[in-house]
Design a protein around this ligand. Structure first.
Ligand code: HEM
Length: 502
C-alpha cells in the first residue's frame, strides 16, 4: 500500500510498484548509501521518513534523540534485527545477530562475559603473536614500497587469521598462503551475504517463501555449516576429551555450555546472569547448531568489518601525512618507554591519539552504513511536535549511520579527516546519538572491545615499522557500488615503505 506513509503524515520518496524505492539500486543505477543520502537530505527535518525496500515498510529515523529512545529506552518494542534473514535461514536465525526475543536476551547475557576487558586481556597474547607473524609475511609482500598493496585484500587476510586464532582456536593460513582454502571460504561466506545476488535471494525468500523453498535456495551453504560444525563442535569435544585449555572464544563458549548442561553451581561475580538464564537456555543448550552459529557470526562479524576499518584508517593516514606523523610520534614515544618489552593491553588502551584516529575512521568510514530493528509490539512514536506515528508490529526501523556521521550539522566539514573531533576537549560536544558505529543499547555490537584491541595492536606495530604512502592508484574518495550490496566501489591501493629511523 503505497499510501501507507502519507496516511500517517510521514513523508517518503515516491515508490514504484514491486521495487518500492529500490528500483535504481536493483538495476545498477544507484548505491543504497546514495539512496539514503537523498532521502536523508530531503526529509531530515521531519525526524522520521518512510522508505519501501521492495514492499517492506521501513521507517528511517534521522533524529538522534528518537534513535536513542528506540534503541535504549523503548528497546522492548524493538528487540530484533530485520527478521528477513533469520526467517529464511535456519542457521542464521540461531546466531546472536539473528536470534529473537527472550532467547536472544538469554543468549546475549550468557555470551557477554566472553567479551569483557578481563577476557580480552587473556586473549591479548594470542593476538599479539598473530600481529608479529603477520608483519613478517607482510614485509615480504610490500617490496619496500615498490608494490601497490590492495589494503582490503591484505587486511581481510589479517583479520580472517586473527578471528580464526582468537575465536576458533587454530592458526589460519590466509596471510602466508596466497591460495588458502580458508580464505576462499571467507570470500564465499561474504558473497553469500553481501552481493546483489544474495540480497535478491533474501528478498525472494521473504516475499515468496514458496519459491524459495521449492528451489531449495540457501544462504549459509552446507559446506559452510559443515566447516563450522567441525571447527566449533568437534573442537569443543576435543577440548573436553583432552582437557586442553586455550584462552579463546571456543573455550569460553565451551565452559559456558558445559556449565548449563551440568547444571553446575556457578561462581559469584560476572557470570551471575547465567543463573537466571539456565532455565531458558536448557531448551537449546544441546542443539549444536546454536553453538556453531555463534562461531559463524563471530567469524563473519569479525573479519570483513574490521578489515574495512583498517582500510579506512590506512587510506586516511596515507592521504593525511601530517596526521600519520603525529600518530607515529605518539607510537615512538610509547615504544621508547617499553625498553624492548612488548606493548601491553593497558598501554595501548591509553594511547589517546591512536584512539582518536580510529574513532574518526569509524565516523568517516563506518563499516556498517546503517542498521535496523523490527518492531515487535505496536509502538506509538511521539515526535514531540504534536504529531504521532504508529509503528506496527513487523514494520522495520532503519538508523542511517553513514548519513548521521557525515551530517555537517553534527560534524562540521564532514569530508575532512580530523581526529581532533574526538580529543578530550572536543568529544563531549558531539551530540549523543549521532556517532554510532557499533550501534546503541542492549543490542549493540558485542565484539567492539575485541575490534579495538586488534586494530590498536596492528596499527601500533604497522606504523612503527612502515610509512604508509599513497600511490598513483590510491583513490582520494570512496563511494559505494551502485547496487543493493552496500560495498565500497574503489579498491584502495597503498605503498608501505620500511622505516629505517626506528
Ligand atoms: C569494526 C568492526 C565492527 C563493527 C563496525 C561492528 C558493528 C556492529 C553493529 C553496528 C552491530 C549492530 C548493532 C545494533 O544493531 O545496534 C553489530 C552487532 C554484532 N557484532 Fe559487530 N562490529 C564489528 C566487529 C565485530 C566483531 C569482531 C565481532 C565478534 C567477535 C562482532 C560480533 C557482533 C555480533 C555477534 C553482533 C550481534 C549482537 C546481537 O545482536 O546481540 N562484531 N556489530
Amino acid at each position: 500500500d503505497h499510501d501507507h506513509f502519507a496516511k500517517q503524515g510521514v513523508p517518503n520518496l515516491e515508490p514504484v510498484p514491486v521495487f518500492g524505492n529500490a528500483l535504481r539500486s536493483t538495476f545498477g543505477r544507484e548505491s543504497v548509501v546514495d539512496l539514503f543520502t537523498r532521502s536523508y537530505n530531503k526529509f531530515k527535518q521531519s525526524k522520521i521518513h518512510g522508505m519501501f525496500s521492495f514492499n517492506q515498510i521501513s521507517y528511517v529515523l534521522t533524529d538522534p534523540e528518537l534513535i536513542k529512545q528506540l534503541t535504549i529506552k523503548d528497546f522492548d518494542h524493538f528487540i530484533n534485527h530485520n527478521e528477513m534473514v533469520s526467517e529464511v535461514d535456519r542457521v542464521f536465525g540461531k546466531t546472536l545477530f539473528g536470534m529473537r526475543g527472550q532467547v536472544w536476551k538469554d543468549m546475549r547475557s550468557t555470551l557477554s562475559p566472553i567479551f569483557t576487558s578481563s577476557k580480552m586481556k587473556a586473549m591479548y597474547g594470542l593476538l599479539y603473536n598473530h600481529v608479529q607473524d603477520f608483519l613478517k609475511h607482510f614485509e615480504k609482500k610490500t617490496g619496500n614500497g615498490t608494490v601497490d598493496i590492495d589494503a582490503l585484500e591484505i587486511f581481510s587476510r589479517f583479520t580472517a587469521d586473527g578471528i580464526t586464532n582468537a575465536v576458533l582456536g587454530f592458526e589460519g593460513d590466509c596471510v602466508k598462503n596466497d591460495d588458502s582454502a580458508l580464505y576462499d571460504l571467507c570470500k564465499e561466506i561474504l558473497h553469500g551475504f553481501a552481493s546483489t545476488q544474495a540480497i535478491l535471494k533474501f528478498i525472494i525468500a521473504f516475499l515468496a517463501p514458496k519459491v524459495y523453498s521449492f528451489f531449495e535456495m540457501q544462504i549459509i551453504s552446507k559446506k559452510t555449516t559443515d566447516f563450522f560444525r567441525r571447527v566449533v563442535i568437534d573442537v569443543m569435544k576435543e577440548r573436553e576429551r583432552t582437557n586442553v585449555s586455550r584462552p579463546d572464544v571456543i573455550q569460553l563458549m565451551h565452559n559456558v555450555r558445559s556449565k548449563i548442561q551440568n547444571k553446575e553451581a556457578l561462581p559469584e561475580g560476572e557470570e551471575d546472569g547465567l543463573k537466571a538464564n539456565l532455565k531458558n537456555l536448557e531448551k537449546i543448550v544441546d542443539d549444536d547448531e546454536y553453538w556453531l552459529a555463534q562461531g559463524f557470526i563471530f567469524f563473519l562479524g569479525g573479519f570483513d568489518t574490521t578489515s574495512h576499518l583498517l582500510q579506512g584508517i590506512t587510506l586516511e593516514l596515507a592521504l593525511n601525512p601530517e596526521i600519520q606523523d603525529e600518530l607515529y610520534q605518539e607510537i615512538i614515544a610509547v615504544n621508547a618507554d617499553l625498553d624492548d618489552k612488548p606493548v601491553s593491553y593497558d598501554i595501548l588502551h591509553n594511547m589517546k591519539f591512536l584512539d582518536m584516529v580510529i574513532s574518526e575512521a569509524l565516523r568517516k568510514h563506518p563499516p556498517f552504513v546503517q542498521m535496523d530493528r523490527t518492531c515487535s509490539k505496536d509502538y506509538n512514536l511521539d515526535l514531540g511536535n504534536g504529531k504521532n506515528v504508529l509503528i506496527k508490529k513487523g514494520e522495520l526501523v532503519v538508523f542511517p549511520y553513514y548519513q548521521l556521521h557525515r551530517d555537517a550539522e553534527y560534524f562540521p566539514d564532514p569530508e575532512k579527516f580530523d581526529p581532533y573531533r574526538f580529543s578530550d576537549e572536543n568529544k563531549d560536544s558531539i551530540v549523543s546519538g549521532t556517532y554510532i558505529p557499533f550501534g546503541l543499547g542492549p543490542r549493540a555490537c558485542i565484539g567492539s572491545r575485541f575490534v579495538l584491541m586488534e586494530v590498536k595492536l596492528l596499527m601500533f606495530h604497522l606504523l612503527l615499522n612502515f610509512e604508509i604512502k599513497k600511490c598513483a592508484r590510491t583513490p582520494e574518495k570512496l563511494t559505494y557500488e551502485q547496487n543493493l550490496a552496500q560495498r565500497i566501489l574503489q579498491r584502495v591501493y597503498l605503498n608501505f615503505v620500511k622505516r629505517i629511523d626506528k
